[in-house]
Design a binder for this molecule. Structure first.
Ligand code: FAD
Length: 545
């Protein structure tokens, strides 16, 4: 595959002002990345600008689930659940290294709002809406069977449970891999470039967008036949910057998550916990490297980059875990890290945050900008297809015919098709031997990159440690420019390691310094930024009510 590195960024920066693009996409979260892949696969000339690091918005701050959304059944959002479950099936084949099946236990107590009978109907509906393409059908367990399956769960007043399938994923990496696929198709994507204004032609249509290189401080314009805004929770900010008389459309809500070491909560599968006195649910999700607990859902009115976990948010989640797993006696000292994100929900007049629909909205402003907002990560591929099709309505007949088709259900990369991924897993020992690496190292790299693991070892001969290999891969193939971007959106060092990965800071920083040509001052600032990030994100520690 083509490189997608800091050098690609330099080349792309040079190309952006000099070409007229068919489509300019503003925003490099999963929605923008999906649109860039879709449009470029149709043969369109595509540019994408992202104001910060790719996936630095909501797309790295989700519950990291690819799911139909069992709770949307109660809101009667059957269309949304159906779409999501079918996208789940496609994602298992598109990115088997990033999307993994997971069993979920949903325990029901005497006090639960929904009883076993009604939940049983919901479970049948959930499996049916996936057209029975679920990794495993649901099971109904008695109280005794539930306790045998998950011994640590609160036994008092337990009526029974249901166990069903969904999936966990790496949200940040799915964005990067989708952008790499777009890059492969010729899309010109850059990070750290912010759209700041627009110029209009005589018909009142935007014909170019002013952009600022956040790292180089230069400004330039990008010309495009049509523009897509996929800036998620920043939609009202960008809308009011580039559209006259913009009327705000969002009702953003905040959600936070906590991460725990696996040995602090004995989960035998994921678990669905109900918050007392509300119809909210909170997941406990065991993943390869950690457990994630989340999420919350509260109205959020500030600018999205200000979002953070508060002591009250953390207390709220700990209380729910304590209700379900009283024996675990979790305290704030058990929490490794937290993260917070903003849902770009669209205002639909609902009485409260939890009831606000997760459906996405797509519309085109007369100025020639197609906006997409809301929705779920799970349905990103479909949203991307719909937003590009909406944009195409404004193209000539010839272009509509030329750009009519793209198959975005294909694997994101040939190295991680289902076959290649299975083959790589079978060859881990041989790969380890061939490159003089340990088996655990080769297995981990194969789990994360499929057959690309071979290329990573090949491109980095010598004495690189595991995290140094990851750093080299991030720099060369995900346009990773800063240590914080690596720490938080390429590898789970901040979220999963008890020391947040500080023990490997020097080693990893050395790879960045060498490849990106950092001065000693820059290097010192970058290392400091990791410490600053940890302090800021975990500022709630020691302040719990
Ligand atoms: P974003 O990821 O926010 O991307 C927008 C990008 O636009 C940002 O990177 C931003 O920097 C950039 N930008 C902003 N302004 C500009 C500008 N002027 N110029 C250039 N770029 C700009 N969905 C699921 O399916 N499963 C889940 O488990 C799940 N859990 C969730 C949990 C939480 C707490 C939250 C908040 C959401 C969750 N979601 C989940 C929803 C899902 O994460 C979002 O729908 C999705 O990530 C939105 O992606 P996006 O690309 O639209 O927005």
């Amino acid at each position: 595959m083509k490189k997608f590195s800091f050098k690609t960024r330099q080349q792309n920066l040079a190309a952006l002002p000099s070409v007229e693009f068919d489509l300019l996409i503003i925003g490099g979260g999963i929605t923008g990345a999906g649109a860039a892949r879709d449009a470029s696969a149709r043969g369109m000339k595509v540019a994408l600008v992202e104001a910060s690091d790719f996936a630095s918005g909501t797309s790295s701050r989700s519950s990291k689930l690819i799911h139909g959304g069992i709770r949307y059944l109660e809101n009667m959002e059957f269309g949304l659940v159906f779409e999501a479950l079918n996208e789940r099936t496609k994602l298992f084949a598109m990115a088997p290294h990033l999307v993994h099946p997971l069993r979920f236990m949903l325990p029901l107590y005497k006090s639960s709002r929904v009883g076993m009978f009604k939940m049983g109907l919901g479970m049948w509906l959930y499996d049916a809406l996936s057209l029975f393409q679920t990794p495993e059908m649901h099971e109904r367990l008695s109280a005794k069977e539930s306790l045998e399956r998950m011994p640590a769960i609160q036994p008092q007043d337990l009526e029974g449970s249901f166990v069903y399938s969904d999936a966990y994923m790496d949200d940040d990496r799915l964005v990067h891999e989708t952008l790499r696929a777009a890059n492969e198709n010729g899309a010109v994507c850059v990070n750290y470039v912010k759209a700041v204004g627009a110029s209009f032609d005589a018909d009142g249509k935007i014909h170019q967008v002013q952009c600022k290189d956040v790292l180089g401080s230069g400004e330039f314009s990008i010309r495009a036949k049509h523009i897509i805004s996929s800036v998620g929770p920043w939609t009202d900010q960008l809308g009011s910057q580039i559209i006259q008389n913009w009327k705000s459309i969002l009702r953003p809500t905040k959600g936070i998550h906590l991460t725990l070491p696996k040995d602090r909560l004995p989960l035998t599968s994921a678990v669905v916990m109900a918050a007392e006195k509300s119809n909210r649910i909170v997941f406990g999700i065991p993943r390869h490297e950690m457990i994630i607990i989340g999420t919350t859902d509260t109205d959020f009115k500030e600018s999205p980059e200000k979002v953070e976990a508060t002591p009250e948010d953390v207390r709220y989640l700990l209380k729910i875990v304590d209700d379900y797993f009283p024996g675990a006696k979790l305290t704030e000292n058990d929490i490794i890290a937290s993260y917070a994100g903003v849902r770009p929900l669209v205002h639909d007049g609902s009485e409260n945050e939890g009831k606000t629909s997760r459906e996405h909205v797509i519309f085109t402003d007369p100025a020639g900008v197609t906006f997409v907002a809301g929705g779920k990560y799970t349905t990103y591929r479909l949203m991307a297809e719909q937003v590009v099709e909406e944009a195409l309505k404004y193209f000539s007949i010839e272009d509509k015919v030329r750009f009519a088709n793209a198959d975005t259900t294909l694997p994101l990369s040939p190295y991680t098709s289902v076959d290649a991924f299975t083959q790589a897993q079978g060859q881990a020992a041989e790969i380890a031997h061939r490159f003089g690496k340990t088996l655990p190292e080769a297995k981990l790299l194969v789990e994360r990159y499929g057959m690309e693991a071979e290329l990573i070892f090949e491109a980095n001969p010598g004495a690189y440690s595991y995290w140094q290999l990851e750093a080299a891969q991030a720099i060369e193939n995900t346009m990773c420019l800063h240590l914080v971007d690596f720490w938080t959106r390429r590898v789970p060092l901040f979220l999963a390691e008890k020391d947040h990965g500080l023990s490997v800071l020097e080693d990893v920083a050395a790879v960045f310094a060498e490849r990106l040509g950092w001065s000693s001052n820059q290097l010192a600032n970058e290392k400091k930024s990791i410490h600053d990030y940890i302090s800021k994100e975990l500022a709630w520690k020691g302040r719990l009510p």
